[in-house]
Design a protein around this ligand. Structure first.
Ligand SMILES: Nc1ncnc2c1ncn2[C@@H]1O[C@H](COP(=O)(O)OP(=O)(O)OP(=O)(O)O)[C@@H](O)[C@H]1O
Ligand SMILES: [Mg+2]
Length: 457
């Protein structure tokens, strides 16, 4: 270029297109700023150099940034100020420093003044390059408080529900227990009522039996004495007949013929022997009637005799020896004695009870079985059990077996007085007899007696 040549000045004037772009940019920026200021969250943007790029007014207010700090525009001190105010300082500092990290984060911050902030952050991109990080701070103190209150009231409610459930459960259990107790009491009451009914029935049957026994006793008495005399008379008459027979041949033939005819007609040989048999049988029958009457009397009012201290197990042993012949082919006898102490009682009468129970047990066994004798005691009582593996008692008979004359045995085999007698004796001792029996399985009779007799009946 030549010296002194005129200089061409070029003025760079933005083209129309560039003007439009600038306008659009300004428009977008103002829109962004307005958006930034309109949100209720605090916004902080940090650029890739770690410096504060921008923040909105809400952010300044949230953290109560002092004016002097804002005016100083010292990024480092602003961030130090913010970090120093939360409990999670180290964590926040780490987030603020992690500019080039592309992950999104969400953390809780607890301000020293009690407020709670939720801070979320995400990377700011330009042309796929990270150029900074945007942090949004939201004050969730109220929400947290409400959530906490909700949680507490839910926990409280749950606790109440648990408590109430436990209360209900306990109440229910108590109710169940009471129900069981009630059922037990009702059962006991029923048993007591049954026993009362039974003993009332037995008492009236006892009176009846005593009356019958008394009525029969008189005629039996004189029939017995008459039969005794009759036996003697017949013996004498037979002796007289024999004497006559020895002189028979001395009779005139016509008379002899007549006597022989009569002897033949009445079958004198048979008559002579039969009349004695008949009398003996009648005496035997009468003895049986006397025994029955005695049993009846015993049932209603067992004969008084001296009460004494007696060993029931020894009594069982001796009774067992007495009835051994009846038992030995029928059953194996097992003894489970507890070694009970002697009690005050009428031992011979109790032996009669044991005998009746033992004989009944043997009768109940059809072929061969077991009879178990057990004893036991408590503070105030002793008991004796006779168990058999026999045929058992039909349920409909259970309520009647203690009645006089109740028997299921064929005529002539049982009078039905054994148990009623036992009942009377045990009653006199102020004790009781309990029966458990299952048809086809066997029976257990338990006699329970007080250690000392209190009754005067
Ligand atoms: N161990 C038993 N097993 C099954 N049934 C029994 C037993 N003990 C008693 N019984 C029933 O009770 C009824 C009455 O018994 P109880 O001893 O009073 O009279 P009995 O044995 O029939 O005649 P008795 O004893 O006068 O000879 C019996 O006929 C029988 O049906
Ligand atoms: Mg009997």
């Amino acid at each position: 270029m030549q010296e002194g040549a005129p200089l061409l000045l070029v003025r760079v004037v933005p083209s129309q297109k560039e003007h439009a772009a600038e306008d659009a940019l300004a428009h977008t920026l103002s829109q962004l700023r307005a958006t930034l200021e309109s949100t209720s969250n605090g916004i902080l943007v940090i650029n890739w150099q770690g410096k504060v790029d921008s923040m909105n007014r809400v952010f300044g207010k949230m953290w109560a940034l002092p004016d002097d700090l804002l005016n100083l525009q010292d990024d480092g001190r602003i961030l130090d100020f913010v970090v120093a105010q939360v409990r999670e300082s180290a964590q926040l500092r780490e987030r603020l420093n992690a500019i080039v990290d592309d992950s999104e984060t969400r953390d809780l911050l607890h301000h020293q003044d009690g407020r709670v902030f939720e801070v979320s952050s995400r990377a700011q991109y330009l042309n796929e390059q990270i150029i900074g990080r945007v942090f949004g701070f939201q004050d969730i103190t109220e929400r947290t408080r409400v959530e906490q209150a909700l949680r507490e009231s839910r926990d409280f409610l749950e606790e109440r529900v648990l408590d109430r459930t436990a209360d209900l459960h306990a109440a229910n259990q108590k109710l169940e227990q009471e129900k069981e107790l009630q059922a037990m009491l009702i059962k006991k009451l029923e048993e007591a009522q049954n026993q009362l009914l039974q003993s009332e029935r037995m008492a009236s049957i006892g009176q009846l039996a005593a009356g019958v026994a008394h009525e029969i006793n008189n005629p039996v008495g004189f029939v017995n004495s008459n039969l005794g005399s009759l036996q003697r008379y017949v013996k004498d008459l037979l002796h007289l007949l024999e004497t006559y027979e020895q002189t028979e041949n001395a009779l005139p033939p016509a008379a002899l013929q007549q006597v022989r005819q009569v002897k033949q007609d009445i079958d004198i040989v048979f008559l002579q022997s039969d009349v004695t048999d008949l009398l003996n049988e009648s005496m035997e029958g009468l003895k049986r009637v006397t025994r029955i009457v005695q049993d009846l009397k015993n049932f209603s009012h067992v004969d008084e005799s001296e009460r004494q201290l007696a060993d029931l197990e020894a009594g069982l042993e001796s009774t067992l020896r007495v009835v051994w012949n009846e038992l030995k082919y029928k059953a194996d006898v097992i003894k489970e004695f507890a070694g009970i102490a002697p009690i005050e009682c009428f031992p011979f009468q109790l032996n009669q009870v044991f005998m009746n129970l033992l004989i009944n047990a043997a009768h109940a066994i059809e072929k061969h079985g077991t009879i178990t004798l057990r004893t036991g005691e408590s503070d105030s009582e002793v008991w004796v059990e006779v168990q058999d593996s026999g045929k058992g008692i039909q349920p409909e008979h259970l309520g009647r077996i203690f009645e006089p004359f109740f028997t299921t045995k064929p005529v002539g085999e049982g009078t039905g007085l054994g148990l009623s007698l036992a009942y009377g004796i045990v009653k006199k001792h102020a004790g009781r007899i309990d029966v458990k029996s299952q048809w086809g399985q066997g029976s257990v009779f338990r006699v329970t007696l007080p250690r000392t007799i209190r009754t005067s009946r």
